[in-house]
Write a protein that binds this ligand. Sequence first.
Ligand code: CP
Ligand code: NVA
Length: 303
Amino acid sequence: MTKDFLCLSDWSLDDLEAIFDLTRELKLKQKEGTPHQLLAGQTLGMLFEKSSTRTRVSFEVGMFQLGGHALFLHSGNTQMGRGEPIKDTARVMARYCDGIMIRTYSQDAIEEFAENCYVPVINGLTDLYHPCQLMADLFTVSEHKEDYKNLKYCWVGDGNNMANSWINAAAIFGFELRVATPKGYEPDAGVIARAKEAGAKLLLSNDPKVAAAGADVLNTDVWASMGQEEEQAEREKAFKGFQINAGLVKLANPDCVVMHCLPAHRDEEITDEVIEGPHSIIFDEAENRLHVQKAIMATLMAR
Ligand code: CP
Ligand code: NVA
């Protein structure tokens, strides 16, 4: 087990399933009102270079419920935003905090931070991956479906940080994953190659119908991620048809569930009707960010 949570592929199936077991236990305790202060007296430093609602709130609330404290920093208000090197920021923050969560652009930057930081570092999203979201997503499926590792998963939309993380998950958990993106918006080539090498059951397509046919889990995300705002108009053209709507849901398994990490652009990548419809487990998915991340923090940080 590594000291950090930067990429799902750094972790074994057994370790990730142990996090799910702890998630179930902590979720039950939180619902019952049973104290579970596994990180009493500890501080999580949270460093954001991009916006957030769910990640910031779920980590901060999660630390409080675990008996600790979370410290919110936006890079624009830190010396890092004025050019202090990552390695210096990492070395200093490690001296004050017991763990660090970072949301930033490049995966290399978070890796450099972790190399220079002797306390655990958690990836709260980079351009390449969003591993905490993936853990929340799979945990949510496991609550709604038996045998979540033997289902057919489908991704429709951009080959972005979420798609890359789903591909990593397919390689580790062994489920079938069909990914449909427009041409030119495929997931990261290195991520695909490593997953294939690891034996992932992965089908890449440019047709959402091919990906959705018979799927048990339908998944999508925004067409333009944070940092790509200026590409919005161009992407709206390229992604036409890459939408989860009632027609696409009809092609999937009649018991399928629909997911979205949020925030959603309603009636772009997913219709309002599907978000609010009977297949949607989107708000359970959002809630489980809290429970899964508590388990991740406890796994990495409990003494
Ligand atoms: N899904 C997710 O990470 O949401 P935020 O951007 O609101 O943190
Ligand atoms: N792909 C999106 C996910 C947001 C949680 C982004 O990076 O903006």
